[in-house]
Design a protein. Structure first.
Lengths: 359, 359, 359, 359
């Protein structure tokens, strides 16, 4: 922690600031400038971070030195984490595609979609049983029935299944039925829910909140990991900005920043980021080129009849064509869509990302 | 619903759009321009709102006509709703002040704060037992013990008590201990929680999410009201923008917009909006002048030792001085801080708000 | 300047950082922690601020210590600056109201508006001759003719005149015709224009850009002041956020922050902040309560026929009623709308703003 | 234009709205619903767009039907425009790279950079002579001397030259020295400047403002085109959002939206979008994958000594490595970095972008 004093801070102010910090067992060091003093604090930063220093007389600014997260930090786990999903892993050289309908609407559509996305090369099936909807008058999912349909189709088809959990009371049952528990953007700071999924033995797909900074997202992952569940996958899905031409604004820069700051895999969701079918390819390909570890994409047998998010869902042929195009970008990024297929070169976006290499 | 077609839409496109809408029992009306056609839909808008029209061939734009909310809409309940709290009400001509510590930290500090804020004119005591914190390493409240302390102090002191509920499993017990259930900004779209508090017999204080539009906030209220609990108080507490000089950006315009669109009382929280003690008065007075029905303010016996939000908490003398200043603005706004005290004139901000009056 | 190193920074990295800074004649001081080192730089910060330190190997973060502005800073000019306008001043205990049409549309309407706003208590007349418009197909002002009409009405009516200047080539002629030169939000970082108005002997009204931080705004003022013209009035007029219910989002907190950071007067423009007639009173009264030194308000003889911004313009009776309501809030804020009228108490919002007083 | 009335609108209100619109020679059509009426306006939308309809009694909402731009609209010019630059064009199947220092700092560094970027495959040299800087105390460019250095190096090296123009008075001289006139983000709505560059015979590179919507950007292009200069290249360079981990937030979705809405070429500037050297590759490759027509990238012989933007500038070897990686993504996108080199397949991102293809 570094504390900068105001030009009008008195000696007494400065003494009081140092005493307050030192009372927590932290040493301080004072450096005097012409107008401002800088008080450096050496020791455990956590207790100091809780002090209301900004409002103490004489304080102008307070800058943290340590990152506020640990378990998720690349600083502490240098190797990228690979998270098991079905027969493969998320992370590493594999580029993972999760695809399926926004909502589970019935047995037949789910089964058909599972087959279609698996045939086109997807690695996991998504489908919502419990749906968060902005309006209470919208379709909110089939609930338990949807969950059972997912489990059935997974038994049949073999694709691992991803579904959202919205309530602490459902965590256990959803974990019994699904391979990967999704925390939606609106619940990214539902701390009770984060703690609860931290206690089960299922990997978690954590979507970035609409107004969450990259740091907020990593701290949300830290909530889950702190309970013991370190299998967290992050997902950039667009943030809320002043621009209304797209549903959200995909924050492409968040992908390399998250890869640099954490050891967790990072997916992107071009369906929610853009909100329109025609934007899924440009945003999804862009995310692959920027170094994402995979994508989550909405696919529906008949988007025009979908009960939710039809505007942004790809058709089956649309998804096949999307995957064909995607492969070229995945290969250019030095990864592979299919296990067992070797990639030619190391990912340039990673190399270029390292200052030492480009300098 | 109004659908605008693209200049290159074919007759077949237009027919297909109309069929899709009419299949839901809604009549359509076509108006042709030189480049675009406008398809007006007459009938129940709700099912049409769910259709993925934007991605249909030939569609350029879709504009809703009806507001997506009903129970909260001023359109349907013309009279402002007054919500009972303790001996008085929130709303109407009374300006309500809720004050107290961010977190309940112990018996003594809570009791002292209750006495101090009551003496200075506050109408209710706030205090967090379950605390949502961005970092899992921050103090997260005393939990059940905090809840019991609140109930004790309320029995003693008589001030009604406001506290946050964060988990569907806690709704019942919090409702037993508190007079007003707070839903925090981070849970504004925790739909499971909204539905749950909609089923109890306690008024709800719903804080606006950091990236929630005014419409999102009203729809969140609608979730609660639809379960039967129509006693919802809205609270503007600042939104997240690019500006970092303040913790959040208080959206002052949201107050008159919410008063126009809904019949629910609207409070403001200048402590969280600004994030600094010195901003509580300017933001709080501004909200009163803009037509808010009350304020929620953080007060602590010794902010410099507070376990959370110390930077933005007022001291006891600071709160007294704040209340003295506030009264002048409340009176200027045609309201009263104290029951039984008559105000001189109708609130100008409301009069001026009515187009008919200013035109 | 404070430089924080990364956990993996080598001794060589640290040495190179220090050398780079010391080469500019600045002393450095190193403080070592368990994971990070802190390099404090003591001396002239300006040249160091230009160094690309963030991309040097081993650097994690760079924090400035000095404010990047001087002439505008309260740190260097402790007393609030009062700026002459007509017979009075902007700033101090006087609350200034500038009112008039968005655009000068003709002799008669301008003259009638001048009379109406003066009678209702306004201190200056606004009116655009050169109009910045988002679309090239919108009405863009009468240009030179508008400027001459303003000068004519000012001779007749005595009210000082405020008008926008948009082009470096017009600065001289606009300064000859007007009392106060307005720089619009879209030109807040038109640095050529800022420098040019810094060279004339007319006060400048500088409106905050839609995505300008408070610091950006003060730096824009610094551009003007650095050329010799220290008479700058700042104006909060709403920023661009995700909220679309209002035209912009008035950043109420910017008012007390600007009053704390600078010695310049701060006005607010509730017409542009809200974009609707009915929002002018709540936003304008709110700004007065938050400590603004005045308001700029759009008034038109017949808003429904206005060539620009009719939706947000007050009618003549609407403005009169607005001013009556305003006076109550101005008095509550310890200021006066009319010169020679004493105010009863010191402004509470200022008192409360001082940490020492509220603590 | 479509006008929606309020539930409490009277027949008289509706009549008055229709009369107002019809007075402009536009026909109206009324469609009545249970709560709202919809008034469709058929005819020239431009004059109606200027009417302050939103504040008329009885009006709830106003929706435009026509796009507010024409000359830039894809609706009116179906074929993508290719803009000559040096020996080649910007747009079409060629992917254009503009590279060079932020500021022209001297003859030698400019000459060396020109050679380095040309050898690595860049198509044009960028370099600022007049620099917009947030602080008046920062280096603001060599001015005329910089301009002459650019012209010299261009004669020598043959690379076309791109430089910023900031003042209406400089347009002519900059046009004499440069091949492509850059309008910076801060001047995107400097309408006097836009009109002035619209009158010269040089293509214009128009950078998106930090808070400009896609529509604002296209309208700014329209300002230029309306004066006769139809050679406008658009540039996405990041917008301002709440996220501070990157300098700006690259709005990737803006690229396909601009390609759909206009016929103008679209570049991206990953240097300014990210603000850090390590982000240039992921953001630049992402933009190529999303369908951009080219990139603008900052390169400096010794970034650590650059007078501006050193943190985000690539070194010469860094730029070479960046270009090698880029080529793979450009090819994957169905384009070519080098003239005369055939690309294998049609750009998938465009194919996928067409609803008809993916559906």
């Amino acid at each position: 922690m570094i504390i900068v004093t105001r030009p009008d801070a008195t000696e007494e102010d400065i003494d009081r600031i140092r005493e307050r910090v030192e009372a927590l067992g932290v040493r301080t060091h004072l450096s005097r400038g012409a107008h401002h003093c800088v008080i450096g604090c050496v020791g455990d930063e956590e207790p100091v971070a809780e002090l209301p220093l900004r409002s103490m007389p004489g304080v102008e600014a307070v800058h943290p030195v340590m990152k506020p997260y640990k378990l998720a930090a690349r600083e502490f786990v240098a190797e990228p984490t690979e998270i098991p999903l079905g027969d493969g892993v998320v992370g590493g050289s594999r580029f993972t595609v999760v695809a399926g309908p926004c909502s589970v609407e019935g047995r037949e559509m789910l089964s058909a979609t599972a087959k279609a996305v698996r045939d086109a090369g997807a690695h996991a099936l998504r489908g919502g049983a419990f749906k968060p909807r902005t309006s209470p008058y919208s379709f909110r999912g089939l609930g338990m029935e949807g969950l059972e349909l997912l489990a059935e189709v997974r038994r049949e088809d073999g694709l691992p299944v991803v579904t959202e959990v919205m309530d602490t009371r459902q965590v256990e049952v959803v974990a019994e039925h699904a391979d990967l528990l999704q925390i939606g953007a609106r619940n990214m700071q539902n701390f009770a829910l984060l703690s609860e999924v931290g206690r089960v033995q299922r990997p978690v797909l954590l979507k970035r909140g609409m107004s969450a900074t990259v740091e907020d997202l990593v701290l949300a992952a830290e909530y889950v990991m702190r309970q013991g569940n370190t299998h967290v996958i992050l997902c950039e899905r667009g943030i809320r900005t002043f621009e209304t031409a797209t549903r959200n604004t995909m924050d492409l820069g968040a992908i390399p920043i998250l890869k640099r700051e954490t050891h967790l895999p990072v997916l992107a969701d071009p369906s929610h980021a853009g909100g329109l079918r025609e934007l899924v390819a440009p945003l999804g390909y862009g995310a692959a080129a920027a170094g994402a570890d995979g994508l989550m994409v909405e696919v529906h047998p008949e988007p025009a009849a979908a009960l939710s998010d039809g505007d942004q869902s790809l058709t089956f042929p649309g998804f096949r064509s999307f995957m064909e195009g995607l492969e070229r970008f995945v290969v250019a990024a030095g990864r592979t869509l299919r296990d067992g297929v070797e990639h030619a070169a190391p990912p340039e976006s990673e190399k270029a990302g390292a200052p030492a290499t480009t300098a």
